[in-house]
Design a protein around this ligand. Structure first.
Ligand code: UDP
Length: 386
């Protein structure tokens, strides 16, 4: 039984707690469809929504707005410069895109959020749930705060993070962003639910008239495969556009494996893109290349390509088989050779069908998944006390 199935079956009865202050929690009567007071905790690094790179920030932006649309009282604790239909509560003086994963800023950001959450309880307007998307500090402390914590695992379970989740996964409710990711958890019992990432399909232009370039877009990390995309493009004789960020630590890979092939004509590197330009780039591409070699936890770029009506050619790693509908929204291929061979087939797929395939990830549906996770998490707290 998948964790998602297990989760749904358990979700027959609704109870949630409304904790006024630690360590006492007041248990409220079960209420179906009640308005929740949600503390959405975004990371401190990049504003929500992100101006350019920022997978987690895109997800947080879409989930937050969808929850507001569902009538919930959502407060977004985030980096300055953020905007949302929720109440925006920036915590630090500036974003820190240069310091991603530095505990100095994450600890400060989360500490301030927890203080504000305690204050809300003291002021008689307590939060029902904290939805933590901010990294690793909040879940490590989650069993010490009065409010239920739902933590989304945005990264992979790997050698670095598995011991962390084995030690801290039971402190709160853990949500995985794909079945593939959940299967890699150090202990299946720490996974409370699987909720995919959202994409707001209606806000993406569909590209019906494709240009002849292939597109790769992402972080310049070896696992994302910009160098493999170059080999695929060369094998097909098609142009390739590479877009993305060279993050700290990725300079050597970029200089050695990517830069030497950039000629400004057949292989172009256009750096970080965002907004309407990024959407146009996706929509006009002949196909999107996803030659990943790692257990991709989700892969927002795949659903973004699909929303723009652009077929995805992906290696079947991580969540790719859950996202790409083989023969509908693209093709799952074993290696570079097969990827190159399938490019023309991908170009024959109907852009509208490709786009429809992304509707499975509509923010409205994803928000329902989170509402269930919030209520189940609060119910667990209730159960622990009874
Ligand atoms: N992105 C962007 N501009 C860039 C590179 C990436 O806006 O130049 C966005 C991309 O569209 C996606 C996110 O950053 O929304 C990357 O998320 P994904 O899940 O694909 O990869 P991650 O980097 O989180 O592993």
């Amino acid at each position: 039984m998948s964790s998602q199935e297990r989760y749904r079956r358990e979700d027959n009865v609704l109870q949630y707690t409304n904790p006024p202050s630690a360590p006492e929690r007041e248990v409220l009567e079960p209420t179906r469809g009640a308005r929740l007071h949600i503390a959405m905790l975004a990371p401190p690094w990049i504003p929500v929504p992100p101006p350019g790179y920022g997978g987690i920030e895109f997800v947080v932006a879409l989930v937050t707005n969808a929850l507001v649309d569902h009538g919930h009282d959502v407060e977004l604790f985030c980096a300055p410069g953020s905007s949302s239909r929720a109440k925006v509560r920036p915590l630090l003086d500036q974003p820190h895109p240069e310091s991603i994963e530095r505990a100095l800023f994450e600890g400060d950001h989360d500490g301030r959020a927890f203080r504000a959450i305690d204050e809300a309880a003291r002021d008689g307007h307590p939060f029902d749930v904290i939805h933590d998307n901010s990294g690793y500090v909040a879940l490590a402390m989650a069993d010490r705060v009065a409010t239920s914590v739902v933590h989304t695992v945005h990264g992979p379970f790997d050698d670095d993070t598995k011991p962390y989740y084995a030690a801290n996964g039971h402190n709160g409710a853990v949500v995985c962003i794909s079945e593939a990711q959940s299967r890699m958890a150090p202990d299946p019992d720490i996974v409370d639910a699987v909720v995919h990432n959202p994409i707001d399909v209606d806000n993406w232009p569909v590209g019906y008239e494709k240009q002849d370039y292939l597109l790769w877009l992402g972080r310049m990390a070896p696992e994302k495969g910009a160098h493999r995309a170059i080999r695929v493009a060369k094998a097909t004789g098609r142009r390739l556009v590479l877009a993305g960020v060279v993050q700290p630590g990725q300079e050597r890979f970029f200089a050695k494996e990517v830069q030497p092939h950039i000629d400004g004509e057949t292989i172009r590197f256009i750096g970080e893109v965002g907004g309407a330009r990024k959407q146009r780039l996706f929509a006009d591409a002949f196909a999107f290349l996803m030659p990943i070699r790692w257990p991709e936890p989700f892969g927002m770029v795949m659903v973004e390509a699909m929303a723009a009506g652009t077929p995805v050619l992906a290696f079947p790693e991580g969540a790719a088989p859950e996202i790409v509908e083989d023969g509908v929204s693209g093709y799952l291929v074993a290696d570079e050779e097969e990827m190159a061979a399938r490019v023309d087939d991908a170009g024959r797929l109907d852009p509208l069908q490709v786009r429809r395939s992304a509707e499975r990830f509509a923010p409205d549906r994803i928000a329902v998944g989170y509402e269930q996770a919030y209520r189940a998490a609060a119910r667990q707290v209730t159960g622990a006390r009874s």
